[in-house]
Design a protein around this ligand. Structure first.
Ligand code: ACO
Length: 432
């Protein structure tokens, strides 16, 4: 942390002393006021529900400039990573701080590839679920259960254990997501195949059957790989903060990542792609493009409780750079699969057009986020809507692990323990 020359001063209007706080500079982005001594000096806490003005940690993994619409992983713009790298390059980068050279890449790919199988006993664990269970419910359980199967890598003070856990989680997530899907379909699990790419292997585990050779479509493989890259990390979002908070107690990485999966499930976060597609499908069933105007009136009416899913973002207040890349991929996939006239894509374009012109959205700086188009891509590929968030979890796993690792290596690391403004009853007697 680099100390700034500036200092922040706080004085409370009750005549108490003025207190000075140090300010730290980031390499880019807002400085932070270090208020750790606030309680000791004033007996008061800060109040910031939703963390609107609070930096919860120091991090050097991902940087977002919401006003510029910029997203950097370890300093590299997402636009360059999305076209010049594959997902495992990006995993290596996020975990290690730099892109791999050829030898490092070969070694990393091999390590991941050789950990893609899961303990056979996990199949029986999975079989305990109902076949119609939501994939995120299944995934939360399966990821948490990994700690029972891979207990030999759960010593968090041992860097080798942390490395093995990271590789295991990145490698096994596609296998678990594909198993959850196959189970819901009543189809046999497909084992990983080591001569395929990370993403190619996932596509095969999802869609192959033992009855015939599976032919991989490179456009589909590339599109999913891009979805993975775009979702790999995103600074201190809700699920990442959940992983950090959960992991701050010293729990094992599988338990901490399972907490991240559970958080991601919510419709305001990773569940938005599923909610967005459901919204488009409902709108299509109720009149399609002709009814977009009416629907938008509902969205703008606060009492309707209707939100335009896939729009808006806590941090991006200009545009989400991932949404632009996803729109490109969406066009590529639809044209390669002969779905250029897909009615949902047309509907999405029309919603976007209206929203970008409407003062309600313009004034509130609401733009499409990555999920606005990722659902259409996944649906075209044949991924069921209920699996979208599980795919997001698969991709975000590397970010969660890197952030968890960074937290454990931080000398200032402490168990996370927020305080509160208590407004309940003061102490009273039980009258019985
Ligand atoms: N549709 C309609 N109105 C919206 C929307 C939307 N999607 N998003 C925000 N608004 C309005 C709010 O009603 C509010 O209006 P007001 O100022 O008149 O009260 C204003 O815009 C600000 O919205 P907040 O909810 O305060 O913004 P916040 O930063 O808390 O929320 C969030 C961000 C949760 C993403 C929100 O925009 C939303 O619910 N979007 C839809 C869900 C979604 O797509 N989530 C995906 C996020 S990206 C990701 O996780 C990968």
């Amino acid at each position: 942390m680099q100390l700034s020359d500036k200092k922040a001063k706080l004085s409370v209007s009750d005549g108490g002393p003025e207190i000075e706080f140090p300010i730290y500079k980031g390499s880019v982005g807002p400085d932070v006021i270090d208020i750790r001594k606030l309680y000791g000096g004033t007996g008061m806490f800060t109040y910031d529900p939703g963390f609107l003005s609070t930096a919860s940690c120091e991090s050097s993994i991902t940087y977002i400039d919401g006003d510029k619409g910029e997203l950097l992983y370890r300093g590299y713009p997402i636009e360059q990573l999305a076209v010049k790298c594959d997902f495992l390059d990006v995993c290596y980068l996020i975990l290690n701080g730099d892109l791999p050279d050829a030898a490092q890449k070969l070694d990393f790919d091999q390590q991941v590839t050789r950990h893609t199988m899961v303990n056979e006993q996990l199949h029986f664990f999975l079989r305990g679920f109902r076949r119609d269970a939501h994939p995120m419910a299944v995934l939360t359980g399966l990821v948490g259960a990994l700690s029972a199967f891979y207990h030999d890598s759960t010593d968090i003070s041992n860097p080798y254990h942390r490395h093995v856990s990271a590789i295991r989680l990145i490698a096994k997530m596609p296998t678990l997501v594909a198993m959850a899907y196959k189970y819901s379909q009543g189809q046999p699990f497909i084992y990983p195949q080591n001569n395929l790419s990370y993403t190619g292997n996932f596509v095969r585990m999802m869609f192959a059957t033992p009855c015939e050779e599976y032919k991989l479509n490179p456009v589909v493989e590339k599109a999913l790989d891009r979805i993975f890259i775009l979702h790999a990390d995103h600074e201190q979002n809700a699920s990442t903060s959940t992983v950090r908070l959960c992991g701050s107690s010293g729990t094992n990485p599988f338990a901490a990542i399972a907490a991240g999966v559970a958080c991601l499930w919510g419709p305001a976060h990773g569940g938005a792609n599923e909610a967005c597609l459901q919204m488009l499908e409902e709108l299509q069933a109720n009149g399609g493009v002709a009814k977009v105007g009416e629907f938008m009136e509902q969205v703008k009416d606060k009492n309707s409780g209707v939100r335009l899913m896939g729009f808006g973002h806590r941090v991006y207040k200009n545009y989400d750079p991932r949404a632009k890349l996803m729109q490109e991929t969406c066009k590529e996939v639809l044209s390669s699969l002969g779905l250029e006239n897909d009615p949902l894509f047309k509907l999405a374009m029309e919603l976007e057009r209206i929203a970008l012109e409407d003062p309600y959205f313009v004034e509130r700086k609401l733009y499409p986020n990555v999920d606005f188009y990722s659902g259409i891509v996944q649906r075209a590929i044949g991924i069921p809507t209920s699996l979208f968030t599980a795919i997001f979890a698969l991709a975000r796993t590397v970010g969660w692990i890197a952030q968890w690792n960074e937290m454990l290596s931080d000398p200032d690391y402490k168990i996370g323990r927020p305080r509160q403004l208590y407004s309940g009853s003061v102490s009273r007697d039980v009258k019985r």
